[in-house]
Design a protein around this ligand. Structure first.
Ligand SMILES: [Fe+2]
Length: 261
């Protein structure tokens, strides 16, 4: 399992408040079978703004301590970037990507994607970045019309769903939207968005639930294979569920054929 969305670096955003808590969380993740984690601290101009050096200092300290405690986990840097005009300048200057990949985890206003969403995101696509929309199911406009997630993926934007959303941790509407995205193949990643406010469990339970409700293959794709492709640079398809539609109608069977069908 690979978790591409967490807030485990202490005191840099609204995530972890304490180094020891972060270490405990990392240990729990490793114990449960997470093999790689991206520490995607919020980057929000005017709110959570820092230089790459500041981030790296905290990141390296956490890695060092995790090594001392022999926590067996591949820990990668990352950011959850709030989409704003000209955010590409900050992304380029501070390399605000997931690890060394071209993928960028982005978020926007939850009260409906703003009208200038595409204006802000197209420059990223043109520059070769691969945007992933964080917790797609939590946007009001996507809750109202989940097909909007599909049209975003037609514009080369990947979708990420929170495991807690699938478990009902953000309420009924978000839960329903999250399952619609998963059932229709309109999301590409499931991740915890863990803020160290309790024990790490949502990813494990959500994975079991996806296996139970859909199948092992889908769970493997969303929790492992596609997140792994961020590192290996394998192609992640924007559309990966293909529904078979027969091209012609079967001839109406007579009563004898229906009886023995
Ligand atoms: Fe987040």
């Amino acid at each position: 399992m690979i978790d591409i969305h967490t807030h485990l670096i202490p005191n840099i955003d609204d995530g972890s408040k304490d180094l020891q808590d972060s270490l405990k969380q990392l240990a729990k993740m490793a114990e449960g079978g997470v093999k790689r984690v991206y520490l995607t601290s919020h980057y929000f101009r005017g709110h959570y703004q820092y230089s790459r050096d500041e981030y790296d200092k905290r990141f390296n300290l956490l890695i060092e301590k995790a090594k001392e405690e022999k926590i067996n986990l591949d820990i990668q840097p990352g950011f959850e970037i709030f989409l704003q005009p000209d955010i590409i300048t900050d992304i380029q200057k501070n390399s605000l990507t997931l690890g060394n990949s071209p993928y960028v985890l982005i978020e926007s206003e939850l009260n409906g994607l703003p009208n200038d969403f595409y204006n802000n995101i197209y420059p990223l696509l043109r520059a070769g970045y691969k945007p992933i929309l964080a917790h797609a199911e939590r946007y009001v406009s996507i809750m109202r019309k989940p097909e909007r997630a599909e049209s975003l993926s037609h514009r080369n934007i990947y979708m990420q769903t929170n495991s807690g959303s699938l478990l009902g941790m953000y309420g009924e509407k978000v839960m329903k939207t999250a399952w619609t995205l998963v059932n229709n193949g309109w999301t590409h990643f499931i991740a915890s968005d863990d803020h160290v406010r309790g024990t790490y469990f949502a990813n494990f339970e959500a994975r079991a639930e996806v296996e139970r409700r859909i199948d092992h293959h889908t769970a493997h794709l969303l929790f492992h294979e596609y997140p792994e492709a961020i590192e290996t640079q394998d192609i992640i398809p924007y559309q990966y569920v293909h529904i078979y539609r027969p091209s012609h109608r079967h001839k109406r069977r007579n009563w004898l054929q229906r009886l023995f069908a």
